[in-house]
Design a protein around this ligand. Sequence first.
Ligand code: SF4
Length: 597
Amino acid sequence: MAFLEIKNLKVNHHTFEGTKNVLDIESIKIEKGTTYGIVGESGYGKTVLALTILKLLQCPPGEIEKGEILLEGENILNKKQKYLEREIRGKKIAMIFQDPMSTLNPVFTVGYQIVQVIKKNKNINEKEAEKEAVKVLEIVKLADPENIMKKYPHQLSGGQRQRIIIALALSCGAELLIADEPTRNLDVTIQASILKLLKELQEKFNMTVLFIANNLSLVSAFCDNIGILYKGKIIEQGRTSEIIDSPKEHYTKQLIEAVKSKKKRTEQINDNEVILEVKNLKKYFEVKNELSKKKVLKLKAVDDVSFELRKGEVLGIVGESGCGKSTLVNTILKLFEPTGGKVIFEGEDIYSLDKKSIRNIRKDIQIVFQDPYWSLNPRWLVKDIISEPIDVHEHLNSIEKLERVDALLKMVGLKEDAAFKYPHEFSGGERQRIAIARSLASEPKLVILDEPTSSIDVFSQAQILELLRNLKDKFELTNILISHDLGVVNQMSNKIAVMYLGKIVEFGTADKIFEFPQHPYTKALFNSIPKLGKEGIESLVTLEGNIPSPINPPSGCSFHTRCKNATEECKKRKPAITYLDKEHYVSCLLFEEGHNA
Ligand code: SF4
C-alpha cells in the first residue's frame, strides 16, 4: 500500500464565467520515505492539489467533484474538518508554503508561534513546548536558537524565515511534507542550503515529501519520482532519470528543452565604440544609528564600481539580493543621486548635464522592471501605458501615437486589441511584453532589464528571452541585464559582472566567467544551482551565512566571513583588482602577485 495515493481526483472552480475543471488526476502513488515532485507552470493546478490534499481548498468557489486521497489507506476527503485538525494537519501532514512572510504572523515572535503549534498538537505545557521549540530550531540549523525564538519574522532573513517554516512543519513529527515552491523567493545560495537541509531531514526522519515547483532542474535534483502536471492533468510520471532522459509527451520534451536552451549561445564580443562608461561609481545612503539617534551611518550600496560597455553588448549583473545590483542601475540612470564617480553615455558625462539634457538622455536609456504586476499602472489602458514615454519625449498626435502603439504591440507579439485593455486582463508573460513595448516606445539605445523573467513561469520566460534577443538584434540595442537566474544571464549576456556587497568582485566575458570562474564567490554562486540530469542536491555547494550588512562591512576582503579560502591576511587587507587578461578581472588576494593568502 502506497503511503499517499490520489485516485480519480476531479476538482472544479466556479467562476462568473462558468465552471472550470482545474484538476483531473487519475492516479498518483507515493511510497513511504520517498520524494515525489510535481512540475508544471503557474495556473496548472499545483497549489490547488496541495490544498486539496490537506482539505484546505476553499469550497466554494472550489469544488471537489469526486476522487479519493488515501493516506495509509484512509480517505482524507471523507473526514470531518475537526478530525483533520486534530489528527492529520501538523501531526501527519505538514506543508511549507512558498512565502514564509505570509505564513508567519508578523505580530508574534517566531518562538511564540512554534510553541503554540507544539502545545496544540502534543498537548504539553508551555515550558516543555519551549524546550521542544529550541530543539527543532537546532534541527533546522538555526544558530543561537534561544535568541531566534525572541525575534519577530521581519527581523529574520529570507533563509532564516524559511528554516522557521520548516521547523514549524517538523515540530509535530509530520510524516508527509508538502513543499510548495519552498525556495521560490530565495537567492540561489540560500536555495541550495534550504534544499540540502530538507533532503537531510527527509532522510533522517524517513519523511515522505511531495515537492511542488515550476523549476524542473530543482525538482529533478530533489525527487526520486516526478509527475508532469499539464492543465490539471498528470500527463507523464515515473522515475526522475527516466523522465529526463527519455520523455514521452510533447509537453515534457518542451519543458526539458526550455531548460536546456538556457545554455549559452556563443557570441563574440564586438569591438564597437564604447556606449557606456561607469567610473568609480559610488552610492552611499545615510542611515540613522538606532542606538544614538544623532549619529548617521553610511550604507555603501554601490562602492567604487567601474566598467565599460560597447554598443550591442549585453552585460549581465549577478549576485545575491542586497549586493547592490538594482541600486547600481538606478544610480546609472540618476534615479538615485550618486555619491561619487562618473557615468559617461555616448561621450557625455550624465551627472554634469542640466535637467533638460538628462531628460533627453533618458529617452535613450530605458528600464524594464522585474514585476509586471506592479510596474504597469492598473488604471490605465495599455495604449496609455505604452505611449507615456512618447508623450514625454515626442509630440505626436493621437493617430500617430496609436499607430506607434499598434506597431510596438505587434513587435512584442500582442494583438492590436490589447491597446484598449487594462493590465489585469493579461497573464504575467503578456504584461512583461507590455512593459517591454513601453521601454521601446522612445526608441532607446540602452535598455536595462531588471530581473525581467523572475516573476513569470518557465514557458513565458523562454518566450520573453527569445523576444528580448530578437528586439536586441533588430534595434541594435545594448542591454544591462540583472538576474538572479544564472541560466538566463548565461543565455543572454556576453559580459558578466559579479557583485558582492556593493563591489564588482569578478568581471569578464560570459564564456570565461561561466566556464572558468575564478573568484571564490563566483564559484560558490555557480555551484549552488541544481542542474538538470546531474547529481542530486547533495552535490550542491552551499555558501554559509548571510550577506553581511553594507552599513558595517567586514574588514579587509568583505567576502572573508563566508569564503572557504579566507586566511588571516584576508581579514586585514582589501584586495585590489587583478587583471587576468584584457577583459577579465578579479578582486581577490589569491590572484595578487606575491600574496600570502
Ligand atoms: Fe576569499 Fe581572501 Fe580572496 Fe577574499 S581575498 S575572496 S577572503 S581568498
